[in-house]
Write a protein that binds this ligand. Structure first.
Ligand code: UDP
Ligand code: MG
Length: 316
């Protein structure tokens, strides 16, 4: 029988944990003759009693479902939680799903079916997202259009973490060593044979979404820097543009003032000229420095080579 690992990142989901399990039981009932399931919960430093709920699930479990819980020592973020899940999954495939029931659990059999058909990666694509604000919606639109323009990691808009990946993809994924990561972008970068399943995201049942605009913006910026060199090159493009424009202009004014005495050139005072040139040079220098700083910060993070996460303890 094939083993399927289900990876569920948990951050303050105490009400959703039992609910999620209850829903999952229906899926298990449907498929238990063909598949064995392993639920891998990653408690990402929840400050509520999620961990107790998870241990209760483990202890009270009378089904054939394998339940495992990884308890992070602090909050490392969903991206790292998913990576930890993938690293610890023993399945022939692993499926990632949110605990808040926004990703419809009843679609799990469809994902498995497509995987059985031979797709290595089956990606859930959100069509509508109930209860999502206009800022989040516009932000996500902007993110995908910028990302696809500047990076060679092509990601399709509204693709989510709700996805199943085959063992071969897992093995390749484990070779990534970068720290600041967006799990789904890395999976997209890998390629493999993909297919998509469209779904409408449900509204969150309990608790509140912990990815606010600030957190999402940070994630987006990081993924730009990690997946594209364009930001680094902007300063260069800007510099080239400014040089092409201001070089000849400066030369023109210089010749006009001192040799041909043209009115246009004489209409610039010396200090105005200096101020314009200076301001632009400072602009170039600052933007270059700013961008280089971002990359250096990134390099520093990679070089530090800290453990990606710290597990407090593993039960059993
Ligand atoms: N999550 C996590 N660590 C975090 C934030 C969220 O593991 O720091 C989990 C959360 O418990 C949920 C999933 O990631 O299972 C999606 O989080 P959320 O609903 O807050 O995000 P959104 O639905 O806005 O994408
Ligand atoms: Mg959610």
């Amino acid at each position: 029988m094939k083993l399927i690992s289900i990876i569920i990142p948990i951050y303050n989901e105490k009400e959703n944990v039992p609910l999620f399990f209850e829903e999952f039981l229906k899926i298990n009932e449907q498929l238990k003759d063909k598949y064995l399931f392993e639920l891998l919960f990653i408690n990402d430093g929840s400050s509520d009693s999620s961990i107790n709920e998870l241990y209760k699930l483990e202890d009270d479990n009378k089904t054939n479902i394998i339940i495992k819980t990884l308890d992070f020592a602090r909050n490392f973020g969903k991206e790292i939680a998913l990576t930890a899940g993938i690293e610890n999954a023993d399945g022939d495939a692993c499926l990632m799903i949110d605990a808040d029931l926004q990703h419809p659990i009843e679609l799990i059999p469809n994902f498995i079916k497509k995987w059985e058909e031979g797709f290595d990666v089956v990606i859930g694509v959100r069509e509508h997202n109930k209860g999502e604000g206009i800022i989040k919606k516009m932000g996500s639109k902007l993110y995908y259009s910028v990302m696809n323009r500047i990076s060679d990691t092509k990601i399709i808009p509204r693709a989510t973490d709700f996805r199943i990946i085959d063992k071969s993809v897992i093995e390749s994924f484990l070779k990534f060593t970068e720290r600041k990561r967006m799990t789904r972008a890395l999976i997209d970068w890998l390629g493999f044979k993909r297919d998509y399943i469209y779904f409408n995201a449900n509204e969150r049942k309990f608790g509140k979404a912990s990815y606010d605009v600030v957190k999402l913006t940070k994630l987006a910026l990081n993924s730009f820097i990690n997946h594209s060199l364009f930001p680094l090159k902007i300063a260069g493009y800007l510099g080239a543009l400014i040089t092409i424009f201001f070089g000849p202009l400066g030369l023109f004014i210089f010749i006009g003032r001192y040799f041909t005495h043209s009115d246009f050139a004489l209409s610039f005072t010396g200090s105005a000229l200096l101020a314009i040139v200076n301001a632009f040079l400072i602009g170039i220098v600052l933007s270059s420095l700013g961008l280089i700083a971002l990359y250096i910060a990134n390099i520093e993070n990679e070089v530090k080579n800290r453990p990606l996460y710290v597990v407090r303890k593993r039960r059993k």
